[in-house]
Design a protein around this ligand. Sequence first.
Ligand code: GRG
Length: 297
Amino acid sequence: MSPEINKQLVAFLEEGRAVLDDQLDRSVPPLGTYPPIIHEALRYTLLLPGKRLRGILVLAACDLVRGKRDAALPFACAVEMVHAASLILDDLPSQDNATLRRGKPVLHKAVGEANATLAAVSLLARAFGLIQGNRLVRDRVRNEAGEVLSRGIGTEGLIGGQVVDLESTGKELDLDGLEFIHSHKTGALFIAAAELGVLAAGGRSRDREALALYAKNLGLAFQITDDLLDYSGDPEVTGKDAGLDRDKTTFVNLCGIDGARQLVDDLINASLGYLLPFGKRSSLLRSLAEHVRRRDR
Ligand code: GRG
């Protein structure tokens, strides 16, 4: 990546994060709203510093097809709310039993399991509220956006991947099984994000399909880099537990470090291929893919 493109990407990521942080903060009731415990819980994981990559993907996909940023922002916040809900549920003792998330104790340690679960459900409800409340897009777009997000979350998306993941704990998996889990647990929300960006822009279905495939490959590559970071990463830097996947098949323990890195390269190269029809306009999404290839947090 040239220094100039890298500078543009860093600026885009920083700006996207700031816009999303601000808009997410306004999209949930302020602290102290009655009943205070659930509003504290609702804000906790959502507003801790995250990379906001999925929300940024919504904005970048919208930009690519010359959409208006304002129309994409509610969809981007909805995706980040779904992501936060998935982190809260994933961290529960009955699921990954994590202790650390976004550099802080997991939500259920702060407010108890019942309130953490209720906060996740309310984030999901709010996400669909944001989609339905987006008056800057046509009715048809709102309806399709709701369907896209619901598919991304449901049993053919995040939940499907999580169920297979939980069932596979302690068992050996082959590459196909592992890819199923992560293309659903992680890839599905990346795909939904890219589709929502194109939808917000009123883009063509052929653009939506190309960007969904870009996001599918990017999402899986992101998960493999997550495994690589889990293996060698520092919790001080990643903000989450290292080594939680010890009893699970991961891309690193199945393919080795070099094999996992090769998979990342193949997936990133495939994702770049889907951007070719967009020519120069796709330079930001191309550099985003390169950023995922090299990420260290
Ligand atoms: C009902 C929404 C819902 C989900 C139920 C719990 C569950 C099913 C799925 C788990 C999905 C999950 C947590 C996948 C892991 C994806 C992943 C790589 C998370 C880390 O993402 P980052 O690094 O985190 O982007 P930040 O904190 O930066 O946002």
